[in-house]
Write a protein that binds this ligand. Structure first.
Ligand code: SF4
Length: 684
């Protein structure tokens, strides 16, 4: 019996680990880590090791489904296409919205946004970066001219100091966590700032607990110390940046003593970490959703950029500003233009010249220059009745978006709703039509990981039943709706990628042969003789004048603060064994490891409330309430509680606040909302 090994990339987080799918009798029966893969070097985390367990599940979607009288029935593709085409054609384009799938290959996402823009005529197209790293895209683009990780993962190993803020890498991005640990073993000093004493914080040389949502004040005070001590990199500031005097004026107010009041970090600790960061020859900043998922997420991101530019820690190995991206292809989804403001390659839809150039390449007539709606705006518009039709590919907002009751209200209010996925998710249950899609192991294409590395994925097995690739479905629909077939006819994913290269300048130099190498290519790679760019901003920033821009910022704090009725701040997180819900909760091994959720509460807070470990409690916010077991621990700052976001039966997002939105990016404030915890009625 033949066994074959098919090299591909992990479908979960943005680290982008290489793996071999072990195929026997046309079934994926196991995983072998890719030994010489440059990212993971023969290792995988539990999520990667067991990702194959979902591929051949009995509950995969295998045929189109149409809802009639509240029940789904099987339908033919033609019947489903006819229904969708008639509905998409019956509404004003501004009444229709699309959520793209950041787990899907670039080629699928590219065709999805092209379909939305050309065939439907809307820029109401977005994806889950809005709910994780939207502030990174906006914040780093404002500071550096490009909204992506500045260095590669390998670069961490050259660092003398790593400042990790709002990132629990060992759980959320374990193979990056491994590189950070190796850097520490090589002598890098490892500082972790986090309201929770996470597994990553436990490995730190210095752990700095601070009050959630006070990142701007903390970093302003660090910059205040650096400038007062004369430790700023004057030459770098002079030659490579602008707006320094404005920054200096704002941070001058934020003495460590003032910041102590806001952040709860002792002033001498702020002085100490600021001096250590500034004195290190090569200091890298690592951050993740603890920075971005706030109503001032863009400000937090720009503060990390300010700190790096102030000390000249950019454009060299071992330095940089390094956001750890969430979904396996969320970087690619941004690159492919699954954004209401941007065509592929971050070219602005509002720019008339860009529009003319893109439409010329696509061979279509003029498109709108008015940007579309972001995900939270589409949900709000649906709840109000302004958005009538929604088409979601591979997202599950009933689990992952804030304020579940608000999402439910929006989905119930739609005239027509399509979901395209691999399982019947909690969101798909609301749909009028559900379309079965192929999963990552069943198709060719590319994923772009968090360090901008574009990697090939390869088909190991056929998709079940009548499932199709996302790109095939959008091409079929385009033709049904009367689009020029030439614009939507592709032989293969490779064929699509060749078109991607023509409209995405960062990908222009990436041909198949170059991507076949294990190290693949980092964008920007503008021509076939360009080596790719593992490290950005070496001599100049990506702004037209080549300068980085200091952004002076004032502390804002969370929008919803504790009061007598809701005295605690809730933060939400991911854990080592789960990745959202639809996939890892269906992987039996991972589900066994952590079968349900819990609320972490500080030991003193629990004692005041009379709550003991493992006791089921009620957690309530202004949006709703859940019942959930308590995990009493000293690993979280007093006054803050934490709930992992994966578990429908005690879903954190019933409590989170969809109304607290970062005005600069549309990011909802997942990391801070006010809650109350109480004992269950009748419990002692
Ligand atoms: Fe997959 Fe991320 Fe784990 Fe690597 S670290 S195996 S990419 S989930």
């Amino acid at each position: 019996m033949d066994i074959k090994y098919v090299p591909t990339i992990c479908p979960y987080c943005g680290v982008g680990c290489g793996m071999n799918l072990v195929v026997k009798d046309e079934k994926v029966v196991g995983i072998e880590p890719w030994k010489r893969h440059p990212v993971n070097e023969g290792k995988l985390c539990p999520k990667g090791n067991f990702c194959y367990e979902i591929i051949h599940r009995e509950d995969r979607l295998t045929t189109p489904l149409i809802k009639e009288n509240g029940e789904f029935r099987e339908a033919s593709w033609d019947e489903a296409y006819d229904l969708i085409a008639s509905k998409l054609g019956a509404y004003d384009p501004n009444e229709i919205g699309f959520f793209c799938c950041a787990r899907s290959p670039n080629e699928n996402i590219y065709v999805n946004q092209k379909f939305a823009r050309i065939v439907v005529g809307t820029h109401n197209i977005d994806h889950c970066a809005r709910l994780c790293h939207g502030p990174t895209v906006a914040g780093l683009a404002a500071s550096f001219g490009s909204g992506a990780m500045t260095n590669s993962y390998a670069s961490f190993e050259d660092a003398d100091l790593i400042f990790s803020i709002g990132a629990n890498s060992l759980e959320a991005h374990p193979l990056v966590g491994r590189k950070l640990m190796r850097a520490k073993m090589n002598g890098a000093y490892f500082i972790v700032a986090d309201p929770r004493y996470t597994p990553t914080a436990k490995q730190a040389d210095q752990y700095v607990p601070f009050k959630t949502g006070t990142d701007v004040a903390l970093m302003n005070a660090m910059m205040n110390v650096i400038i007062s001590e004369g430790l700023e990199d004057k030459e770098f500031i002079e030659k490579r940046t602008k707006n320094y005097e404005e920054l200096k004026e704002v941070v001058s107010k934020y003495t460590p003593e003032m910041a102590e009041e806001i952040t709860q970090v002792p002033a001498d600790v702020i002085r100490d970490i600021a001096i250590k960061y500034a004195k290190a020859d090569k200091a890298a900043i690592v951050y993740s959703l603890g920075i971005t998922e706030h109503s001032h997420g863009v400000d937090n991101v720009m503060q990390t950029a300010n700190l790096a530019m102030l000390t000249g820690n950019i454009g060299r190995l071992g330095t940089g500003v390094n956001p750890l991206r969430g979904q396996n292809n969320v970087q690619g989804a941004c690159d492919m233009g699954a954004l209401p403001t941007d065509y592929p390659g971050y070219r602005k839809v509002a720019d008339q010249e860009v529009m003319e150039d893109v439409t010329c390449t696509w061979g279509c007539s003029d498109l709108e220059c008015e940007p579309g709606l972001k995900i939270p705006e589409m949900i709000d518009a649906a709840a109000k009745g302004d958005l009538k039709v929604l088409y979601i590919t591979g997202e599950d907002p009933m689990i992952s978006d804030p304020d579940t009751h608000h999402v439910e209200e929006a989905l119930n209010n739609l005239d027509f709703f399509v979901v395209q996925d691999i399982f019947m998710t909690d969101t798909a249950e609301f749909a009028d039509v559900v379309l079965p899609a192929a999963c990552w192991a069943e198709q060719e294409g590319t994923f772009t990981n968090g360090e901008r590395r574009v990697q090939l994925i390869r088909k190991a097995v056929d998709a079940p039943g009548e499932s199709k690739y996302d790109w095939e479905i959008f091409c079929d629909l385009a033709k049904k709706m009367g689009a020029d077939p030439e614009m939507f006819t592709y032989e293969s994913a490779q064929d699509i990628f060749e078109e991607v290269r023509t409209v995405t300048p960062q990908y222009a130099g990436m041909n198949r042969e170059r991507l076949e190498r294990p190290e693949a290519l980092h964008w920007p790679c503008p021509s076939e003789d360009h080596p790719g760019t593992p490290m950005m901003h070496v001599e100049k920033f990506a702004h037209p004048d080549g300068l980085g821009i200091f952004m002076p910022l004032e502390e804002q704090g969370p929008m919803e603060t504790p009061d007598d009725e809701y005295p605690l701040i809730l933060t939400t997180t991911r854990i080592l064994f789960h990745y959202h819900a639809a996939m890892t909760r269906r992987a039996a091994t991972l589900d066994r490891e952590v079968p349900t959720g819990y609320v972490e509460i500080n030991t003193e807070d629990a004692a005041e409330l009379g709550i003991v470990n493992k006791e089921k409690v009620k957690v309530k916010s202004r949006r709703g309430e859940i019942e959930i077991p308590a995990r009493v621990t000293d690993d979280i700052v007093k006054g803050i509680v934490n709930i992992p976001m994966h578990f429908k039966e005690c879903s954190a997002n019933i409590l989170t606040n969809a109304a607290a939105i970062d005005p600069k990016s549309g990011m909802p404030e997942y990391k801070a909302c006010a809650v109350a915890i109480s004992k269950m009625e009748g419990s002692k």
